[in-house]
Design a protein around this ligand. Structure first.
Ligand code: HEM
Length: 415
């Protein structure tokens, strides 16, 4: 926040309170007056959308828990009870189930937006790294949540993923036993996953607070990637971005509602409507869509330990992104080669997701392997090299100049 707070309490009680806890000043400075670049586009509304989705997940989750039983003999039936007997239980469950997918759609857009505009570059490295931690916690939370209905895919998914830890040399089997709370995925596993699935969203809320704090220390990046140079480059957050974010949130909620009311199981797996059976392995075990690219990376290497290392590295490498990208220019808008390579990278990620969803065969394994190589090459080879070799386009002198150039261009076209 630049400069001292402009908040002046108008009443005696307000002044008394302000001197003891300046929370109103804090809220005004950070939610209303915060100077925000005036050129943020709709890709910048996804942070707000994510915050709304976190709240939706917490509220629907808390109410679901009022009717859910975390025991292997009753979990599946309690979910069916929610769907059939509890008033609007079907809606609560579909909101929560599809809410998780919406959360991931929003987070992927938010992350790729950051990658395109170079939002991870100095001085936003810590903001970005907190984001990566948020993403990891989201993945863990969703994974444990998926186990709770105790369907076939819940059980076998949990079994496959927890088993991965057994590949760790020497201590692997002990770690797996410790995670399970026994010698197989069973009631203690369900219980601890339930406990953590309830806890982690609140941890997430705390980390999101740090994320916004870090954002407000350095300020938003923007589509030009040029730093704010004067007051002319910014507008107060309210009413400009409260309205823009508000509009985007409503559109996003309509998209979400379309799934909840017209295709609630579109993104799910029919096999999870069969109760978990440790004696019958489903024909094709695959995780939810948002894990599929990583699942493809895991399976692309014909060695369990190396596959596990590749999978975890593919996520952890994001932590080093601020230092792997050597470009002086932040925004991809002014980087012709990066721009092209960025879209190839996006296609590679989607293709990895596609491969992750298929039953494995020789050809697909090869394709998966090549895509995995590209995924890592993007970070380790292309980003560092492109930054050094590429000649960026000329940057505008300021955010204001860019905005005016665009509006003059539009005016000239209209005349
Ligand atoms: C619950 C999840 C998250 C919430 C609620 C959240 C919230 C926000 C908000 C409100 C903003 C400002 C508005 C905007 O730029 O969209 C923001 C910015 C940002 N977030 Fe997140 N975020 C989340 C997850 C992540 C993740 C997973 C990453 C990266 C791995 C990330 C990286 C960033 C970056 C780099 C910015 C600055 C963007 C810029 O100024 O150009 N965030 N976040």
């Amino acid at each position: 926040m630049s400069g001292p707070s402009k908040y002046q309490p108008t009443s005696a009680v307000g002044k008394w309170f302000h001197e003891r806890l300046p929370i109103v000043a804090f809220a005004k400075d950070h939610a209303l007056d915060f100077p925000t670049p005036k050129n943020l586009n709709y890709w910048y509304t996804f942070g707000g959308i994510l915050a709304v989705m976190l709240v939706v997940q917490i509220i629907t989750g808390i109410v679901l828990v009022m009717h859910y039983t975390p025991h292997v003999d009753m979990a599946f039936a309690s979910v069916e009870h929610i769907m059939r007997d509890v008033n609007y239980g079907w809606m609560l469950r579909y909101l929560h189930m599809n809410g998780a997918s919406m959360f991931f759609i929003a987070v992927y857009i938010h992350m790729f937006r950051g990658m395109y505009y170079g939002s991870y570059k100095a001085p936003r490295e810590v903001l970005w790294m907190i984001g990566v931690i948020i993403y990891l916690v989201m993945m863990a939370t969703a994974f444990m949540g998926y186990v709770l209905p105790w369907g076939q895919m819940s059980f076998w998914g949990a079994k496959v993923i927890t088993n991965l830890f057994s590949a760790i040399p020497f201590v692997g089997p002990e770690i797996t036993t410790w995670l399970w709370g026994g010698y197989s995925v069973d009631n203690p596993t369900l219980n601890r996953f339930f406990s953590l699935h309830y806890l982690l969203p609140f941890v997430l809320a705390g980390i999101v607070f740090l994320h916004i704090w870090a954002l407000h220390v350095v300020g938003n990046n923007n589509p030009t990637g040029i730093s704010v140079k004067s007051d002319k480059d910014t507008v107060p957050f309210h009413p400009y971005y409260t309205l823009k974010d508000g509009f985007a949130i409503v559109v996003f909620l309509i998209f979400y509602a379309a799934f909840v009311f017209y295709g609630p199981n579109y993104m799910g797996d029919a096999v999870n409507y069969v109760q978990a059976n440790p004696l019958a392995t489903p024909e094709h075990i695959k995780p939810e869509w948002y894990y599929l690219p990583f699942y493809a990376i895991l399976r692309s290497i014909n060695n369990k330990l190396l596959g596990v290392v590749a999978m975890f590295s593919s996520i952890l490498i994001l932590l080093f992104l601020p230092w792997l990208d050597t470009s002086r220019v932040r925004s991809g808008k002014y980087r012709p080669i990066f721009k092209l390579e960025f879209w190839v990278f996006c296609v590679v990620c989607v293709a990895l997701g596609f491969v992750g969803a298929q039953k494995p065969n020789d050809t697909l394994s090869w394709i998966g392997f090549l895509l995995t190589l590209y995924y890592f090459a993007h970070f380790i080879i292309f980003l560092p090299l492109m930054g050094l070799l590429e000649q960026p386009k000329r940057l505008p002198n300021s955010i204001s100049e860019d905005v005016l150039a665009h509006s003059h261009g539009k005016l000239a076209a209209a005349e």
